[in-house]
Design a protein around this ligand. Structure first.
Ligand code: ZN
Length: 406
């Protein structure tokens, strides 16, 4: 007896792939029309036209069935919000100007340091519920609003508490090198040493899978990032970088050299950087919600990035300053409008390729026999309607690990 049988979906969009999708393959979706999908013990056990008994049968007539979204880049644990800064931005102030005035990341650092662990966890749980309602079944969460041992530990401990959440798998990333805290602003070298001490200890406690560095003017140089990431690798962390968000200062080349799992943002990237990423098969995580919210109008050159052969993923970059949304549906809508992705490209980027950006492509990110049953059912008859309707929640049901959570 099956646990769940999803019957008669107008489209089962499988996003199946043996590796991260690139080039023309990225535009190909394996779609089963009028198909059924069977779930048992948390796994997908059959796809096709099925006639088995199940404890629960879901009629998916006129609905599209997809793998759950994988949001492979978020800063979900933080305290407070920055609507004042948003108001300033609408009046024309830019991100770096706000940062220089002590706003930006550091204002969230202050709020997060003040928050108690239960407060931080309660806010994170509310956000997990919202992301889940919008169809995300796995998300990565970065630290980086503590910027000292005790507060980075507090953030990563909150992420660990989320591990038991039945709606969501959370993947922890240490981002101590997000900004230089006030108390180290005249001694950056000492802060880099402190980050190295933290990564070693957090790794020892298995609190972080990845180490990430924000490579940007006003944040960390490629040289500083190299020190941090080499130290992280030495203690067994896989690595990610924020690079090319506002300028290209060598983060891409460094990430390629060190064998990063993904390099994220890429709004600014050189031809050479693209060539290196394609050669090393590093996933480029594109975050169109950021230029949208910041109103810069400067989006990653996604068509050129795809043509260069780089596997791309899409993510929210959910954070209180530069992208306050948890909706992967909105991100897909933006990617199609501003980066000119096709619906198929955006869907593969938000599911299977995003799963590979978290080294989980063999377990999640597609509808495939043997894979974990992380599935969403959308109230639309075909996948091409997903980017077309925007700003509305099209997700009707969410199945996580074979359990109905919405
Ligand atoms: Zn980010």
């Amino acid at each position: 007896m099956l646990d769940i049988l999803i019957k008669n979906a107008s489209e089962l969009v499988t996003c199946k792939s043996a590796g991260p999708k690139t080039g023309r393959d990225l535009d190909a979706l394996d779609v089963v029309k009028g198909g059924d999908l069977a779930i048992k013990d948390g796994r997908i056990v059959a796809i096709g036209h099925l006639n088995e008994d199940a404890k629960k049968i879901i009629d998916a007539t006129e609905k599209a069935v997809l793998p759950g979204f994988v949001d492979c880049h978020t800063h979900l644990v933080f305290s407070g919000s920055r609507e004042d800064e948003f108001a300033l931005k609408t009046q024309g102030a830019n991100y770096l100007e706000i940062l220089k005035q002590g706003g930006g990341i550091l204002s969230t650092v202050n709020r997060t340091r003040e928050a108690t662990p239960p407060q931080l966890l309660a806010a994170a749980l509310a956000r997990i519920r919202m992301a889940s309602d919008y169809g995300t079944t796995t998300l990565e969460i970065k630290s980086g609003y503590g910027l000292d041992f005790q507060n980075e530990l507090k953030m990563l401990a909150a992420v660990r508490c989320l591990h038991t959440n039945r709606r969501m798998e959370s993947v922890p990333t240490f981002l101590g090198a997000h900004a230089v805290p006030q108390e180290f602003k005249d001694n950056r070298e000492a802060y880099v040493r402190e980050v190295l001490r933290m990564v070693e200890e957090f790794r020892r406690q298995s609190l972080a899978e990845y180490c990430d560095v924000f490579v940007e003017e006003g944040a960390f140089s490629a040289k500083e990032a190299e020190t941090v990431l080499k130290g992280a690798k030495a203690c067994g962390c896989r690595i990610k970088l924020h690079a090319g968000e506002f300028s290209d200062i060598g983060g891409v080349e460094l990430g390629a050299d060190l064998g990063a799992t993904s390099i994220d943002h890429l709004d600014y990237i050189s031809e050479e950087g693209m060539r290196l990423m394609a050669e090393k098969k590093i996933i480029g995580v594109l975050l169109p919600g950021v230029p949208f919210h910041l109103m810069t109008g400067h989006y990653a050159p996604a068509r050129r990035i795809i043509d260069a052969g780089i596997p791309i993923a899409l993510a929210t970059d959910f954070n209180p300053g530069s992208c306050p949304t948890l909706s992967m549906q909105m991100i897909i809508a933006l990617a199609c409008r501003y980066m000119r992705l096709t619906a198929a490209e955006a869907l593969n980027a938000a599911t299977i390729n995003a799963a590979y950006a978290l080294d989980r492509g063999d377990r999640i990110g597609s509808l495939d026999v043997g894979k974990q049953a992380d599935i969403i059912i959308l109230n639309i008859p075909n996948h091409r309607q997903l980017p077309y309707w925007f700003g509305m929640n099209l997700v009707e049901r969410v199945i996580k690990n074979g359990r109905i959570v919405k």
